[in-house]
Design a protein around this ligand. Structure first.
Ligand SMILES: *[C@@H]1O[C@H](CO)[C@@H](O)[C@H](O)[C@H]1NC(C)=O
Ligand SMILES: *[C@@H]1O[C@H](CO)[C@@H](O)[C@H](O)[C@H]1NC(C)=O
Ligand SMILES: *[C@@H]1O[C@H](CO)[C@@H](O)[C@H](O)[C@H]1NC(C)=O
Length: 231
């Protein structure tokens, strides 16, 4: 297993005991070397690139979600990505420890570097987003994360298109398309939604959130003509 760790910038400057610690440590590792997926990862993606994606992706998240001041961010101290064959599914993450399945990488047909980047962007957003103090529905949270992936330019071709799906909070790409629509109508609404979820969540999200979200949902229902999508 080969691991690269990049020290946070704060470690390179004088360390003050009084300074609050928000610096994030990033690390990438491949524990599937010797398997087809692990070897393909080494050849076509690489750990240096993976580390770069973690750093750039986190910065992009904070920038996109208007959290330039570190005190606005979720306190995540370490973000890692590991390529492993001992998992089910494509990827997951627990408190910023992201895992990507080497078998998925090995079998992926297409640009595996781009796919890896998109997967990590999604998982980064899951690690860094606010979740309504644990109250927000998974469908909305996976949708916000996929919205971030989409806006970063890593939406896979097989994703649903605008208006497809059954419900706005179905999750993943369906909800990402809904949020994309909202954001086009009211720029910044998803940024607002994320910061709103810092403090909690209400099932009446479109009632309590500003008027524009409710209008946006109504517009979406109107444009898409899907009764099912109504709350
Ligand atoms: C963030 O969390 C870490 C570990 O839980 C803690 O040591 C650190 O003081 C926290 N930083 C802030 C600014 O709250
Ligand atoms: C960040 O926010 C904190 C707390 O609100 C504030 O004290 C500090 O001045 C801000 N820093 C910058 C660079 O805006
Ligand atoms: C990848 O392909 C191999 C061989 O075709 C197959 O045995 C394996 O189940 C596939 N893995 C995944 C995750 O699809």
């Amino acid at each position: 297993m080969k691991t690269f760790t990049l020290l946070p910038l704060a470690a390179l400057v004088a360390i003050s005991a009084l300074a609050p610690s928000y610096a994030v440590i990033y690390a990438a590792s491949n524990s599937a070397i010797g398997t087809p997926g692990g070897d393909r990862f080494q050849q076509q993606v690489g750990l240096d690139y993976a580390l770069d994606v973690l750093e750039k992706g986190s910065s992009s998240f904070w920038y996109a979600f208007a959290q330039r001041n570190e005190t606005d961010r979720k306190n995540v101290t370490e973000i890692t990505v590991t390529i492993t064959q001992s998992m089910i599914g494509i990827s997951d993450n627990v408190n910023g420890d992201i895992r990507v399945n080497s078998k998925y990488i090995g079998n992926f047909s297409g640009d595996v570097k781009e796919e890896f980047t998109g997967i990590v962007y999604y998982e980064l957003a899951r690690a860094l987003q606010w979740d309504g103090q644990g109250q927000a529905p998974a469908g909305l949270l996976t949708g916000v994360a996929d919205f971030f992936r989409l806006k970063a330019g890593y939406a896979p071709k097989q994703w649903v298109r605008f208006g497809e799906g059954m419900r706005w909070d179905e999750g993943f790409d369906v909800t990402a398309r809904f949020l994309e629509y909202c954001d086009a109508e009211y720029e910044g609404v998803v940024v607002f939604l994320n910061s709103w979820m810092k403090f909690g969540y209400s099932a009446n999200v479109f009632g309590e959130c500003p008027f524009m979200l409710r209008v946006c949902l109504n517009l979406y229902v109107y444009v898409v003509c899907t009764e099912d999508i109504r709350l």
